[in-house]
Design a protein around this ligand. Structure first.
Ligand code: ASP
Length: 330
């Protein structure tokens, strides 16, 4: 008898676990109410793919995701991968899925696959996308060829890598893509096909070890925009304990002059600033003058992912040159 792969499903909530008292409504539901056992029970075919175990880590709307859940997930997954578990699936809200995926990709110290999955329609909706997405995610986590591909997202039959993936639609079931990198592959009838392999950030090769941490450094994101006349937000955040800021700059990382002047003052007082962009694809270009001032380039990472890397970077160093190296590398 062939031994089935062992897959652990860790549930955190989201629309995949969402419900509303109507099958025709796909907004206004409550996310994170259905338990993991019910999600699994709704797909009897899962037993054909793997031996499944499950754990309810949280049951929240992922807009409320926090460091505690991230650390719990990373501790749990690193522990599971010391056992005979072959792959992990995380059910998650789609809103912040890309952030959790990137965080885990930087801290999971194993080649075994971790697959995040969610849904754009609540479990009660006509044509709910959750069951098929979860089936695909388990198939991917159980697939031998998924080893070494890092942390992935399985949504709408597509496989995306944690580093490149972005949520690109508010409501459509085809809500994720990787603008700069492309999809990693496709899942058809429970079989994964890979046609791309990007694992720039793989936890095994990073210096980030969160195994003994119970909190992460405070990093916030600041948007730049026309008419940012008073630019007080940076100062307010700094005075409230923010250690570092990601600037969601315009274009290739430009910052309104009022905001920049305040940032320069705060840099002298010890604030760390990395510049990203409001644009969803491409690199930011920080001038030599700004670099000399201490501004760090977030490279091609969008603001929400740049924040994840900067939080982890601050667990290692406050040296802006070293942090810049991390942004080039991971
Ligand atoms: N607000 C939901 C969440 O992120 C949306 C979703 O899951 O699609 O939890």
């Amino acid at each position: 008898m062939q031994v089935k792969p062992k897959v652990a499903i860790l549930a955190t909530g989201g629309t995949i676990a969402g419900a509303i008292d109507s099958s025709v409504v796909t907004t206004g539901y409550t996310a994170g109410v259905v338990g993991v056992e019910a999600l699994i029970k709704a797909i009897p075919e899962l037993v054909n793919l793997a031996d499944i175990s499950s754990n309810q880590i949280a049951n929240i709307n992922s807009c409320d995701m926090n460091d505690t859940i991230w650390l719990t997930l990373s501790h749990k997954i690193n522990e599971l991968f010391l056992t005979d578990i072959d792959g992990v699936v995380i059910t998650h809200g789609t809103d912040t899925m890309e952030e959790t995926a990137y965080f885990l990709s930087l801290v999971i110290k194993s080649d075994k696959p971790v697959v995040l999955v969610g849904a754009m329609r609540p479990s009660t909706a006509i044509s709910a996308d959750g069951p098929k997405n979860l089936y695909n995610a388990v198939a991917l986590a159980a697939d031998k060829n998924a080893k070494g591909k890092g942390v992935m997202i399985a949504m709408n039959d597509k496989i995306q890598g944690a580093r490149g993936v972005v949520k690109t639609h508010t409501l459509n079931v085809d809500a994720f893509s990787s603008p700069d990198f492309g999809d990693l592959g496709y899942i058809v009838d429970g079989k994964a096909t890979f046609y791309n392999s990007i694992c720039k950030a793989c936890g095994k090769n990073t210096p980030f070890d969160v195994s003994k941490l119970s909190s992460l450094p405070k990093v916030d994101i600041l948007y730049t925009y026309s008419n940012d006349g008073n630019a007080v937000a940076a100062r307010a955040l700094f005075e409230n304990g923010t250690k570092a800021l990601i600037i969601a700059g315009s274009g290739a990382g430009n910052i309104h002059k009022d905001q920049k002047n305040i940032l320069k003052e705060l840099l002298k007082q010890g604030l760390i600033v990395a510049v990203s962009s409001r644009i969803s694809a491409g690199l930011v270009a920080v001038s030599d003058e700004d670099k000399a001032f201490g501004f760090i380039s977030a490279g091609d990472l969008n603001p929400q992912k740049a924040r994840v890397l900067l939080m982890l970077a601050l667990t290692k160093t406050k040296d802006t040159k070293k942090i810049q190296e991390y942004f080039l590398k991971y």
